[in-house]
Design a protein around this ligand. Sequence first.
Ligand code: LMR
Length: 328
Amino acid sequence: MNGRTRPALLGLLTFLLPMLLWAEPQTLVFSHVVSPNTPKGKMAEMFKSMIERRLGDRYEIVIHANADLMDDDEAVTAIAEGRIHFAAPSLSKFEGYTQQLKVFDLPFLFPDMDAVNRFQQSPTGQALLTSMESRGILGLGYLHNGLKQLTASRPFTRPNDLAGLRFRTMNSDVLIKQFELLNAEAVPMAFSEVYGALAEQRIQGQENTWSNIYSQAFYEHQPYMMISNHGVLDYMLITNSAFWNGLSEADRHEFRFALEMSLKYGNAVATAKSTNDKVELERMKNISVYEPSADELATWQTAMQPLWTDYEDLIGEHIIQAARQAGR
Ligand code: LMR
């Protein structure tokens, strides 16, 4: 190298080196449908900040909240096809991929969230996380939201009171049949459409958790609520199997750690919100929150419980048994 080429080469290196070192981080998309101020919204933000703090030179997590990218039904397909990287749809939204998760939709199967948690952490519950792996969907953990409550635009205390009303459901045939057993009309609909449908009175009722009823302002058009605790609305944190298996072992370890921490945090938020948002709703002047007696609740249970046997073969008897065992 002569005296003239050396400075030229050095100049070129000074120009290229930062470009080589400054490779753009890979964008990973986390799509969800609820507001940022919910258990899932908070969990996603903590996950993003942990990953970007530890691996920010290589990964950037972009969160799409409030279904601003896609609704949950599409998110499940987008995960299976590897078009997005993370989502946490409700356990009711996997109908196209597995029948086993329908266990979570069976009414009155879980007496409280401790029972839900025990089942999710049991060997049967953990096996459900990998039940869709061959279809490209890998479950990385469960996230709580809470127990569902019934709300309507007119007063109700007994199952017959809902007859003839149009109730929004998630896209799950167990949930559709649940309302048909009450002689109500089930209207499956994406979460992002519920507020508008209530406001325009295209539907007169819905079921959801305290946190969703409050954060989506469903109460503005649903002055009558019942503490029914008749079902569970929890989530599975999912990723695309090929993307996950393609990560280096070290990165996968970091992702697992960040997920474990943020799921714990999200679950703590879920417990707090379930209590706080219920209290907020009970305090509202125009809202009536009805607390049924044990006998009254038993009439709802009798009306809905036939679904347990109707779905035994499809879900698997051993799965339903394990869930019942967790509730004892
Ligand atoms: C719903 O559709 O009601 C829920 O799945 C929304 C959510 O993600 O909590």
